[in-house]
Design a protein around this ligand. Sequence first.
Ligand code: XMP
Length: 521
Amino acid sequence: MAAMRQSESLDARFYQAADQFFPANNKLALTFDDVTLATLYSEILPRDTQLDTQLAENLRLNIPVISSDMDTVTESRMAIAMAANGGLGLIHYNMPERQQLSEVSRVKNHVHGLIQEPIQVAPDQLIGDVLALIEQKKFGFSTFPVVDDKGKLVGLLSGHVVKPRYAKRKVADALTPRAQVHTITQKELGKDPIARADKFFNEHLGIHKLLVVDDKDNLRGLFTMSDIERITQERNAQFKPARDARFHLICGAAVSATRNAFGELDRERILNHVGALVERGVDVVAVSTAHGHSQGVGDTVRVLRDAFPKLPIIAGNVTGAAGVEYLAECGANAIKVGQGPGSICTTRNVAGVGIPQMTALYVCSRAAAKKKVSILADGGIVKSGDIVKALTLSQAVICGGIFAGCNEAPGDVMEIGGKLYKQYRGMGSLAAMKSGSAARYGQPANPTQKVAAEGIEALKEACGSVDRVLAQLIGGIQSGMGYLGAANLTQLRDRARYIRVSPAGMREAAPHDVVELKTGS
Ligand code: XMP
């Protein structure tokens, strides 16, 4: 027993808790690769760890991961994928306000498994036209609802008849007529549409499609048996979708500290905009700027807190305790921490300011604990190990670059030299600021070449679906928690023990002295 205590105290001299380690290293700003976490005795298997996190009284995620409010990262497709995996997407604001509202509506109205705008064909089209459409759009399916010019369902064009030999026939002559098509009304879907569709497919042997109509028989959606089967399997997954009290996926939206022509905060416009977002069901707004410890951001948060007492508010970005305290006192629930760590950021080079992320997170986390607000580690995350380290000091992470190459990020895939890429740009890049984000960097609304950009335009290699990327990240987080014997994120924060890493130690941490055949991901 005495030997055990001696070994523990030896460990403790080298591997220190945050409140010892960071103050002892207060002359040097540290980021993820500068530190490593020590293992601890564990009775926890990675797969048994829980990743849920509370960001505000009314905002709980099932995984602690948020996609950035950037115009090459989060619109409705990304936000749907993030929430479906238990996280959150913040819809960016580099678009007209009306468009942002409809992006939020798309997420809030999304019924997992229901194709809400199915590809449809018209009765007077030729089967040859439908074949050309399939070829042009590379559809992997050939059954289509047939709808007249008023949106009314007139039948179903089955894949069995979409064949070149019938190319000259009209859709109207080949369709399964309305009376024989299986449909369900929106009202009949009830609270659990997936269970309802699953029951239908059980009861109707050999039927693989179920169409959804409204009271006037207008087409409103389509269920396919394969989607329902996949989702029913996923329901047994460990991390459930993040939903609101009405069972809708959760969604966040970014807003800026908009100013009027006189340079004053445009309170009325901000209130109208956020009011409309709230009407659409938004679960959280993020007042997103490069410098959150500033009057404009504080006043915006105050105005919103007064008008919407229960609305979760994220605000930022800051890197110091005073900034956290200020935004918390203005009414923010969660504070974004990060100035200049992002993969496309140049703030530290251009402005000479910003703090490496682990030190910033430590300082901010101690102020946040006093103010009972959450901390979001925003930027600089390139691997799951960075997330584990960030979560030892924060309640969730915000990632841009990791998701920018995913299918669900806005923008097209491009091929360069035989490889596939997607565009990824900083919101402080000149191109993004011209599209609307200039206020975020305190720049005039229509910046010219003279403005100092604080971000770059870049490419990310296309990396498939968000589901796949998140599965890798979650696996890494759970593995880290297993090593620390942490069953949940609170225990991870309590149990973390840190030590500095030398440059040689950093080299040792990556694959070395081998010819790599396959990457770990
Ligand atoms: P990652 O490393 O995940 O970082 O790609 C995403 C985060 O970077 C911030 N961001 C910027 N910071 N100039 C900056 O200094 C920019 O142009 C810029 N654009 C985004 C933002 O916090 C984001 O979540």
